[in-house]
Design a protein around this ligand. Structure first.
Ligand SMILES: [Zn+2]
Length: 227
């Protein structure tokens, strides 16, 4: 059994989307061994995380104020059998369509699974100044395919909606159908098998639209009763 960490972690001064409203995540030293008033050498850190800035999951409330918040999503959405659509041949700025998913998942897909879309874009371009300008992205036909084929969650290492398209049709379609979106995953090139087991539990925060996730892909899970 192989555990592959597919998480983009948070760190101080990490890159973030360039928009006036977009907050920076920050990590503060609340106490260091030098400032510990009890002189016991303790460290305390305060995290100020903007969930959408690293691996995280979006749930329906993100685009539909009255729909489910994070704490209302069943746990088995985030844990279980998962199929990978290998679209690593996609170039920057290339759309991903329903036909692309149909082709990539032929003979692999089973309804009720989680779906991961692999482009390797995050792996190659994270940290580049134009990261947010040129990723491959899903179009509405891909979102339709995902909903119509019964995916319970979709994860991706590119961007959900076309950069600059403020109408965000893919977010609306997926979240409107109750399919959470696991965004900014990475390291998918390390996965050698087309199916496996995903563990992508978000930090539990009540009443919110998204939260950070530690996402792990497990290979050779089949038959391991110990997990
Ligand atoms: Zn998000």
């Amino acid at each position: 059994m192989q555990f592959i960490d597919i998480t983009q972690g948070f760190y101080a001064d990490m890159p973030s989307f360039q928009a006036k409203w977009y907050p920076k995540s920050a990590i503060y030293a609340v106490m260091t061994p030098e400032t510990d008033p009890a002189h016991t050498g303790r460290t305390f850190t305060r995290l100020e995380l903007f969930a959408h800035n690293a691996t995280h999951v979006d749930v329906p409330q993100h685009f539909y104020a009255q729909k489910e918040t994070l704490d209302q999503i069943p746990l088995d959405t985030f844990i279980g059998h998962t199929c990978i659509a290998d679209l690593s041949h996609k170039a920057p700025r290339e759309p991903i369509t329903g036909d692309d998913l149909e082709q990539a998942l032929n003979g692999i897909w089973t309804a009720g699974s989680r779906l991961i879309i692999r482009t390797d874009y995050h792996h190659h371009y994270w940290g580049h100044a134009d990261f947010w300008d040129k990723p491959p992205y899903l179009v509405l036909s891909a979102a339709d395919w995902i909903v119509e084929h019964g995916a319970v969650l979709v994860g991706l290492d590119c961007i959900t909606d076309k950069p600059g398209d403020t109408t965000q049709p893919v977010h609306f379609r997926l979240l409107g159908a109750g399919v959470p979106i696991l965004e900014y995953i990475t390291n998918l090139h390390q996965i050698k098998q087309p199916t496996g087991y995903l563990i992508a539990l978000p930090t539990k925060v009540d009443g919110v639209e998204a939260a950070p996730v530690r996402a792990i892909f497990v290979e050779d899970f089949q038959g391991r009763a110990s997990l």
